[in-house]
Design a protein around this ligand. Structure first.
Ligand code: HEM
Length: 441
């Protein structure tokens, strides 16, 4: 049977790539309006992508046979950063095995055990926030979420080692532009920026390797609650040890997948709240009163209206029948989180920021998919939501933020995430002392 692709813009590949890079929101929305729920885009260096905007089609992909819908292959360009043994790169049996070993560290009970650490880290971060001047929140949130991963996922306590990791890791995780994901010819690796990049990476990996070695030898290993220690222990329990090189790739993966994403999500939550004074006020009260249901609704609505990741990918290992098309093997299907979240069919007034949509009700996983879906759904989804709720609460308990009449910050692509273009500018009106809180509560 002949394979067919859905229609798409008849533009040269490089132009399509440029349009996606410079304005992904407009590009996808324009194609969606013109071609409907499935459209084909060609991006040099990546391949043929079919965007999906219909929840039923997306479900048949996320629920489909994982041996046909390969997420690892679709994410191949990231292997330069995370390594070939990373969970993100694996498919089929290898993926099942590694994910099974990693899951317990990210279950609700394990994550809840990390909340006190998240509270302490947020309190430390707040002491550095200036009063009365506008500043971008995003870099502060990046610092905060990196610290959370260092202490709760890798379990580093020693201040000297923490300092070294804080310096060495961000440059290794910085992708910059998608062009940097294209491997340069080997000969170039000995020169200029490529050489410096390789050196920085080697230095960061050496520090992480040191953490693995220390963890294995730690007499307190059994008592430790961080993800690295749990991984090392689960290796022992399973009887098939996860080798150090795989452990290293998984640590880099957790750093890459778990730090900038959550920092971006938190930045958007504050960007949205400061533009809605009544909601900001209500959320500050909820933080004070311990009204977690409201805080949770704010996080969910923020992830809906400003999803951090716009689409996820599955590369087909065999032709697939979808919405009347027979899509050939080798195509990357790209379920569009952003198009689903902004559809008036699924959300009335989809552009409005309205946390009430999620108050006391579970989101429908077919139309709320900031964390993807199926067997590849984000491993850290619970961790990220607990962290968002905790940081939101502690920030609003610790400082009073000024609302703003500034225009909404546009979305700026930053490799696989979509960040606020100005970095989520905020102004702190005052720091709230614990004594003040006691009197207003
Ligand atoms: C708001 C924050 C976050 C967002 C929006 C987010 C989003 C996503 C998305 C869309 C995927 C792809 C899912 C798919 O293909 O179906 C993913 C995968 C993944 N995420 Fe997250 N993520 C976040 C935080 C985290 C955190 C905190 C961690 C860990 C500390 C993490 C670890 C991972 C891993 C390991 C995968 C790969 C899962 C697999 O392939 O089996 N993420 N995430």
């Amino acid at each position: 049977m002949v394979c067919t692709l859905p229609p798409g813009p008849p533009l040269p590949g490089l132009l399509q790539a440029g349009l996606i890079w410079f304005d992904p929101v407009r590009f996808a929305q324009t194609c969606h309006r013109r071609y409907g729920d499935l459209f084909t885009v060609r991006v040099p260096g990546i391949g043929t992508l079919v965007y999906l905007a219909d929840p039923a089609d997306i479900r048949s992909v996320t629920r489909g046979d994982p041996s046909i819908f390969h997420a690892g292959e679709a994410a191949a360009p990231l292997s330069q950063i995370v390594g070939t043994k990373s969970l993100l790169m694996l498919d089929d049996g290898e993926h099942r095995r590694s994910r099974g070993m990693m899951l317990p560290a990210f279950h609700g009970d394990s994550v809840r055990g990390q909340v006190a650490e998240m509270v302490a880290i947020t309190a430390e971060e707040l002491t550095r926030w200036p009063v009365g001047e506008r500043f971008p929140l995003y870099p502060r949130m990046q610092r905060l979420t990196l610290e959370v991963i260092l202490r709760t996922v890798i379990g580093v306590r020693d201040e000297r080692r923490l300092t070294a990791l804080r310096v060495a890791l961000p440059p290794m995780l910085e992708i910059g532009s998608p062009v940097e994901l294209i491997p340069p010819p080997r000969v170039l690796l000995r020169f200029g920026r490529w050489r410096r990049r390789a050196q920085r990476r080697a230095a960061a990996l050496a520090l992480l390797t040191d953490e693995i070695v220390r963890c294995r030898a730690d007499p307190q290993l059994k008592q430790r609650t961080d993800a690295l220690a749990m991984l090392v222990r689960s290796v022992e329990d399973a009887g098939a040890p996860m080798a150090d090189d795989e452990l290293l790739d998984q640590l880099v993966t957790l750093l890459l997948a778990g730090h900038d994403t959550t920092a971006t999500a938190l930045s958007w939550a504050f960007e949205r709240l400061t533009r809605h004074p009544a909601l900001l006020h209500r959320t500050a009260r909820a933080a004070e009163d311990g009204d977690d249901a409201w805080l949770d609704a704010v996080c969910k609505e923020s992830l809906r209206v400003r999803p951090v990741v716009f689409e996820f990918g599955r590369k087909l290992t065999a032709p697939v029948q979808l919405a009347g098309y027979r899509i050939p093997a080798g195509t990357i299907l790209a379920p569009s989180i952003n198009l689903v979240h902004h559809s008036g069919q699924h959300y009335p007034d989809p552009e409005e920021f309205r946390p009430q949509r999620f108050l006391d009700q579970r989101p429908d996983p077919a139309v709320w998919l900031p964390f993807g879906g199926g067997v590849r759904r984000c491993l850290g989804a619970t961790f990220a939501q607990v962290e968002m709720r905790t940081v939101l609460r502690e920030v609003l308990r610790g400082v009073e933020l000024s609302p703003t009449t500034a225009p909404d910050e546009p979305v700026r692509p930053r490799h696989v995430t979509m960040v606020p273009r100005q970095g989520a500018m905020v102004t702190v009106r005052r720091h709230i002392a614990a004594a003040d809180r006691a009197t207003t509560a």
